[in-house]
Design a binder for this molecule. Structure first.
Ligand SMILES: *Cc1c(COP(=O)(O)O)cnc(C)c1O
Length: 486
């Protein structure tokens, strides 16, 4: 039965359910399976199933202490009836490449795949570990995580959730998705400040009031939780399975994946899929102008001391990609990982050895594309293939244009619906943009002819339930208040 260890202390060993319950290891490290050999399997056993069957098979390997029966139930609860596409993550052929659409969940972003699952994994872990406190999830969001987390935890017994977002710092669509979120246990609140202020405020609350009131414990829905990462492994198998079924590849052919990357969670899931035995070729890490990972994958030097750019792919605007620490442990070992993370915290940079870099480069490539290159990709894919993609997917698309691929097939992971970023998409097309996102969504729909996902179409007429705007100093009282109310 596989055990989880901290990336900073392999002597710290816990069960999979404890790793899900804790989120982050107490020493600041991230939980990972102790040994990659333990997750090795015959991929044929996985890809012969439908999405939920694949999820059950993958979860069973990574979460052995839950037991097969409970996992079957949790997978059904997480995905049955929640996604608008029968394949959950459909693969679409666009020109000579494939797009894996991960955005058919309730909030039209790929985070739904993981955040539909995490609350179920957490509440089961709570019972398995005789944990009686209610779990209060705190999240700071720059847009996408907030709505997916609010939706995932909505009315899940034993949990509550508060999402803090920067006032004026998210799009109209993202804001409406959050402030109209139903759920008697779910709250969104704007803070006066930027995203960093919100994030710093949340981190402080974790330190200062881990138990805001007796019977309530704080936890995080961030992708440092292994319970958010494992559900994402499944769609790499789903992509391979669909390529085979469509006769686009032969069994055993290697497939390249191009992943629009921020926190390195999505692409790390791809690495686990590869280590499980999926015939993946290269994992191409696509970044926007915040190209810290591109430099790292080319030179082995990670340097977060650089200008932070706000781009049209905001969910990838990130300078410290937390999940990279998981890869570092497997490639560089514990001692070096601890040193690198210390250097990153103290000096803002670290450099891995040439041997370590070579091993990482044997699987990963790093490429980046600018906003303009992304916009050009949206335009050309729409003009030549009548395929409309969002501003995050288009970065991956443009990166593939730049680096090319030797795989039997190239799969671009699509992380958000174009309707969710309708304003930037219209701008990329050179079309007229309205001050209203409702109008912008309608204009995108006129272009594609495809219906607006119901979760997005409804937000403009739904009741606003959360209209609070508070200062950073008021966050603590807000959390305590919501912890008391039942
Ligand atoms: C979160 C997000 C990403 C980045 O995913 P990571 O797992 O953080 O690398 C890319 N695109 C969209 C739309 C996202 O919401």
């Amino acid at each position: 039965m596989i055990k989880y260890i901290s990336t900073r202390n392999s002597a710290l060993k816990v069960s999979s359910s404890k790793a899900v319950l804790d989120g982050q290891a107490p020493d600041g490290g991230l939980y990972i399976p102790e040994c990659l050999d333990d997750i090795r399997t015959d991929y044929h056993d996985i890809i012969s199933k439908d999405f939920r069957g694949m999820a059950k098979a993958v979860w069973n390997i990574f979460f052995p202490d839950y037991g097969q029966d409970l996992i079957d139930e949790l997978v059904e609860r997480s995905y049955r009836g929640k996604f608008s596409a029968p394949e959950i993550t459909p693969l679409v052929k666009v020109g000579d490449r494939f797009v894996l659409e991960l955005y058919h969940g309730p909030t039209s972003a790929f985070k739904d795949v993981a955040l539909s699952a995490l609350p179920n994994l957490m509440t089961a872990a709570r019972e398995m570990n005789d944990f009686t406190d209610d779990i209060m999830i705190l999240t700071a969001t720059s847009g996408d995580t907030g709505s997916a987390a609010l939706c995932g935890f909505s009315d899940v017994p034993g949990t509550r959730i508060i999402v803090f977002y920067p006032d004026g710092g998210v799009s109209e669509t993202q804001k409406l998705q959050m402030v109209t979120a139903p759920g008697s246990n779910a709250y969104a609140c704007a803070i006066r400040g930027n995203f960093d202020d919100a994030q710093t405020g949340v981190k402080r609350l974790f330190r200062e009031i881990p138990h805001p009131v007796p019977g309530v414990s704080l936890s995080s829905a961030n992708s440092i939780n292994i319970g958010r990462l494992v559900p994402q492994i499944v769609y790499y198998f789903a992509a391979y399975s669909q390529l085979l079924a469509a006769g686009e590849i032969k069994d055993g052919d290697k497939v390249d994946f191009i992943v629009p990357t921020g926190n390195f969670g999505d692409i790390m899931a791809g690495y686990f899929a590869l280590k499980m035995g999926l015939p993946a070729g290269r994992l191409i890490c696509a970044s926007n102008k915040n190209d810290v990972l591109t430099e790292f994958l080319e030179t082995g030097h990670y340097d977060r001391q650089r200008t932070f750019y706000k781009t049209t792919s905001p969910s990838m605007d990130i300078l410290v990609s937390s999940n990279l620490e998981r890869l570092l442990y497997y490639v560089c070992g514990e001692e070096h990982t601890v040193q690198y993370m210390k250097d990153l915290a103290e000096k803002g940079e670290y450099t891995i050895t040439p041997e370590e870099l070579a091993e990482i480069q044997s699987v990963f490539s790093g490429v980046y594309a600018s906003d303009e290159e992304g916009a050009a990709a949206i335009r050309s894919a729409f003009e030549s293939e009548h395929y409309l993609m969002d501003t995050h997917t288009s970065i991956a698309w443009a990166c593939l244009d730049k680096c090319g691929s030797q795989g039997a097939a190239s799969v671009v992971l699509s992380t958000a619906s174009p309707y969710k970023f309708s304003r930037a998409v219209l701008e990329a097309l050179g079309a007229e943009v309205s001050p209203s996102d409702e109008e912008n969504m309608n204009r995108c729909r006129e272009l594609t002819g495809a219906p607006i996902p119901s979760g997005l179409a409804g937000i403009f007429s739904r009741t606003i339930l959360h209209d609070g705007v508070i200062s950073i100093d008021e966050m603590m009282n807000f959390v305590i208040g919501k912890s008391i109310t039942k």
